[in-house]
Ligand binder design. Structure first.
Ligand code: CIR
Length: 267
């Protein structure tokens, strides 16, 4: 069974890092309400949520995806690309130690979990402003004993690899080819984001378990992207729209607000 780790929105989120977005005021209480709805959506899809303690002094701490890379055998704790975010990993490492052996990356490596798109035993890792070549090399070395293949992918004009592409199931990657070098995705079906919705390439695939039995794949997509929702539904994907407008102002999407992994204790 899957489990999700999340963390509440920090009251200091208006001091978040911004790289490609202009600053816009974030309504903290609306952001918290939207985040609670996101957690409720995960629970509804059969994924129990462990919400960690709030970190009032760490503006970006709701974006837990960036603080770890979790595979079945290991949790890798990176040196995060933004210095202001590096203190976020301590409490995440403590929480993940209940589920996985930990492996810590070391300087000069930098890496953000948002740069890692895992598809089975393949990990595509964005070479971005947050993740450097040492980060990719150390991740590759950490996962090599478990037969994971790590492939670097060039990223431009967006924050993380998964800002520009997401695995949506059925061997398909939803992608913005202007942001991500899709030539690395040989063998996968590429679904281009519709014109006018460049950031819709961040979508979250959940293997849903309903009523304890039936498994289905659901793709969570921000409600701000109706053309993408319609396109995926027309292609037969199960889609769950969700409003994340406030955290989009902080350069977040739908993958960044959780770390989702298999819980060995429930199997
Ligand atoms: C940052 O710049 O680090 C945050 N303001 C946004 C992080 C979003 N993370 C993600 O999409 N994985």
């Amino acid at each position: 069974m899957l489990i999700a780790i999340t963390r509440p929105v920090s009251p200091s989120i208006n001091r978040c890092e911004l790289t490609f977005h202009n600053k816009e005021p974030i309504d903290v209480s609306k952001a918290a309400t939207q985040h609670a709805a996101y957690e409720a959506c995960l629970r509804e899809l059969g994924v129990p949520v462990v919400s960690l303690a709030i970190e009032p002094d760490l503006p970006d701490s709701v974006f837990v995806e960036d603080t770890a890379v979790v595979v079945d055998e290991l949790a890798v704790i990176p040196v995060m690309g933004a210095a202001s975010r590096r203190r976020e990993t301590a409490s995440i490492a403590a929480a993940l130690s209940a589920y996985r052996t930990l492996k810590f990356l070391e300087p000069p490596a930098t890496l953000d979990g948002g740069d890692v798109m895992r598809i089975g035993r393949r990990l595509f890792v964005g070479a971005s402003s947050r993740t450097n070549a040492d980060g990719i090399a150390q991740l590759r070395a950490a996962l090599a004993p478990f037969d994971y293949e790590v492939t670097a992918v060039d990223v431009k004009l967006c924050l993380h690899l998964k800002s520009g592409c997401s695995y949506v199931g059925r061997n398909s990657i939803l992608v913005n080819r202007e942001w991500v070098d899709a030539t690395q995705f040989d063998g996968f079906e590429l679904i281009d984001v519709p014109a006018g919705e460049p950031a819709a390439s961040n979508a979250l695939l959940i293997e849903a378990v309903r009523e304890g039995l039936v498994e289905e794949q659901v793709v969570i997509v921000p409600s701000a992207f109706p053309k993408t929702i319609e396109m995926l539904e027309a292609r037969g994907f199960g889609v769950q729209p969700i409003d994340v407008s406030e955290l989009q102002k902080a350069e977040g999407g739908v993958t960044c607000k959780s770390i989702i992994f298999r819980d060995p204790r429930s199997e």
